[in-house]
Design a protein around this ligand. Structure first.
Ligand code: ASP
Length: 362
């Protein structure tokens, strides 16, 4: 951090947080969030770090965001990296976990903190969560700009590792969870960070390189009972390069359905990378655990372990973007690159399955 007080760059991408009520429902309104922040006394408090808001145009409901929007955010962070100590991305909640996962792969190295936040109700609403999410994110960034690095998501008093998050509630203020990795910080009376669970920044901070995502054709698909093999063939058809397969339980699929397995085998032999993750919120897709999972592994599917779908998708985009051939993408998908998964070797085999999951909490 610079000797003077920390300066925070705010990239305002859109979302409910800065929306106004219109005849058609809530809609983003340019300049509105900044005006509200300038009017509200808590944002003028002495301990709130200096911040500059850069508003992306157009402001987006995050359901409309695509990899090109991730790139604009990543480039803003890179271009302002030298002049600021921390970065706050103000974002809609619907796809915030996707953007957090993507940024964690796109920006490397990342020796300054990036925090994403948003809210369930607009800053203008009386009973809003926007004020505390925004203020606490700014205070965290100001207070810990010199110690925190990497991409995080702050919501409802919890700081999470960005690429471990998923949106779990469309109504509650506790909209996010990090099912397979504990929060890395808590905002109670104090702003506590678990320093063992966040990356240590190098000093002087090196400027990040940006990898654009979105060039590869990847998708995500959820298994369901009764799925026809023909339908799966369509999901795996060219030009698809990678698929995140949301499997049952610990990475299980209908292994007695030979046509289903054959469709997968044909695709993986063509070079399609299929990564198994779990449909349950918590746990790991480990294809070695059950015969039904093993059949998937034999069809060329790889374990995504405890990655969220959001992280697995971003990782596939990223690995194909690096120009890796499918065999390398397969191998790298199963490795921990940015803290997005708990590798099985970190979990002592002597522990039972449930305990193995807990042991992965590092
Ligand atoms: N639809 C909004 C968005 O994701 C929801 C929100 O911000 O909470 O942009």
């Amino acid at each position: 951090m610079s000797q003077s007080s920390p300066r925070i760059f705010v990239a305002y991408a859109g979302g409910t947080i800065g929306m106004r009520e219109t005849d058609d429902g809530y809609a983003p309104a340019p300049g509105y969030l900044q005006r509200r922040m300038a009017e509200l006394p808590p944002f003028q408090a002495a301990d709130v770090p200096t911040y500059d808001v850069y508003e992306l145009a157009p402001l987006l409901d995050s359901s409309n965001m695509a990899p090109a929007d991730w790139l604009r955010i990543a480039e803003l962070i890179r271009d302002h990296h030298a002049d600021y100590d921390g970065f706050l991305v103000v974002h809609g909640t619907d796809t915030m976990a996707f953007t957090a996962s993507a940024l964690s792969f796109m920006l490397q190295p990342l020796d300054k903190p990036v925090v994403l936040t948003g809210s369930q109700l607009p800053l203008a609403a009386t009973r809003t969560d926007a004020q505390s999410n925004l203020l606490t994110s700014l205070l965290l960034l100001g207070q810990y700009a010199d110690r925190l690095a990497g991409v995080h998501l702050f919501f409802n008093d919890r700081l999470y590792r960005g690429n471990r998050t998923t949106k779990v509630n469309a109504d509650a203020f506790a909209a996010f969870d990090s099912p397979n990795f504990p929060p890395v910080g808590t905002a109670g009376i104090n702003l506590d960070v678990d320093w063992d669970r966040v990356p240590t920044p190098e000093r002087p901070a090196r400027p990040p390189d940006v990898t654009a995502l979105g060039g590869a054709t990847v998708s995500a698909f959820r298994l369901f009972p009764g799925l026809e093999a023909e339908y799966l063939e369509n999901v795996l058809a060219p030009p698809v390069q990678g698929v995140v397969l949301e499997c049952f339980g610990s990475g299980n699929a209908p292994s007695s359905n030979e046509q289903f397995l054959a469709a997968l085998r044909r695709a993986t032999e063509r070079g399609v990378v299929v990564v198994a993750v779990t449909q349950p919120l918590r746990g790991t897709a480990d294809l070695d655990l059950y015969a039904t999972g093993h059949a998937l592994a034999e069809a060329g599917v790889v374990s995504g372990y405890d990655m969220t779908t959001e992280a697995a998708l971003a990782k596939l985009y990223y690995l194909f973007e690096q120009g890796h051939p499918p065999a390398e993408v397969r191998a790298l998908t199963q490795q921990n690159l940015r803290g997005e998964l708990t590798p099985p070797e970190d979990v002592p085999p002597s522990l039972g399955r449930a305990r193995r999951r807990l042991a992965g909490y590092r």
